[in-house]
Design a protein around this ligand. Structure first.
Ligand code: GLU
Length: 303
């Protein structure tokens, strides 16, 4: 059976933007008769918590978004990520990197350095000599592990926003605190869970080419992508807590029902003409992804 998923990070309450993405992911899956999974991306142990996980799941359930099987937690799957890293390592596709964020920024900005696109790793640790490697290992600096990326752009097709092209640089596979990196974990998990379509917010669209490349290197099947336009706060920035009543709990406290919230989200997406209260199940049979507006939705909190 085809499978879709929603993969929040349990680092706070879900806001309307997250809930809107979850609704779209659920509608894509359920309208196709597919399975739908929830995965907790809780690799960031400092911010992730069981309380946030509980409240996020409760919010999804309250809106009428159901899922199949047990919720998967990335924090419980390190062995799978390490197996994938070992596979890339055995293929000679990894190298240790001791660069700090600051060093990366400075190397990218240096006039004599290789011009590297915004945020791309400039390759400082990529081709060290044996002596430099030994020095790096002996330095006591925490080491991240990077992929020997192709350094070329990769294009993926997206079901909502068209083609996405991005540079696949030397992405981090394991962070210097020993935690597997997001891009690797996502690719490993989506394949392990049989996910065929990744639906998420479009601030992650530029990660899709890297993830496609990683999947290919690991011999995993490619997934389809649908990146949902962001929800912005009244100031034009990405929706945040300070923008007012942005969580389901806030909305309920204002007297709205979960159905009213679903109606607002469905209208914001262009799926229904007006924000009549409804359940996600009411939208399944008439879900038409081509109607989803490709532009961000600006939330303004008018009760
Ligand atoms: N955990 C990510 C987030 O909450 C989503 C990652 C993904 O869907 O690939 O933004």
């Amino acid at each position: 059976m085809a499978v879709g998923r929603f993969a929040p990070s349990p680092t706070g309450d879900l806001h309307l933007g997250n809930l809107r993405t979850a609704l779209v992911a659920w509608l894509f899956a359920r309208s196709a008769g597919s399975g739908f999974m929830v995965r907790m991306e809780d690799l960031d142990r400092v911010q992730a918590s069981a309380d946030h996980e509980r409240s996020q799941l409760a919010d999804l359930a309250a809106l009428g978004l159901d899922w199949d099987g047990e919720v998967v937690r990335q924090s419980e799957r390190f062995d799978r990520y390490e197996a994938a890293i070992a596979q890339l390592d055995a293929a000679g596709l990894t190298y240790p990197c001791s660069c700090t964020r600051r060093e990366i920024r400075e190397a990218s900005a240096a006039p004599h350095g290789d011009p590297s696109p915004e945020g791309a790793y400039p390759g400082t640790c990529r081709d060290l000599t044996a002596a430099e490697r030994a020095e790096q290992a002996a330095s006591g600096r925490p080491l991240a592990l990077r992929l020997r990326g192709p350094g070329t752009t990769v294009t993926v097709r997206d079901d909502l926003i068209g083609e996405v092209t991005a540079l696949v640089d030397d992405v981090v596979l394991r962070r210097n605190d020993g935690v597997p990196a997001y891009n690797l974990a996502v690719v490993v998990d989506d394949a392990a869970q049989g996910v065929e379509q990744v639906v998420r917010a479009d601030d992650l669209a530029s990660s899709a080419p890297r993830q496609r490349h990683l999947a290919e290197l690991l011999g995993l099947p490619p997934v389809a992508y649908a990146h949902v336009p962001l929800v912005l706060g009244p100031g034009g920035h990405r929706l945040a807590k300070r923008d007012g009543a942005v969580t389901l709990a806030d909305q309920l406290a204002r007297g709205r029902t979960p159905e009213a919230v679903v109606g607002i989200l469905a209208q914001s997406l262009g799926l229904v003409a007006d924000a009549t209260p409804c359940r996600p199940a009411d939208l399944v049979t008439r879900f038409d992804p081509t109607r989803i507006r490709p532009t961000p939705w600006t939330w303004s909190d008018t009760p």
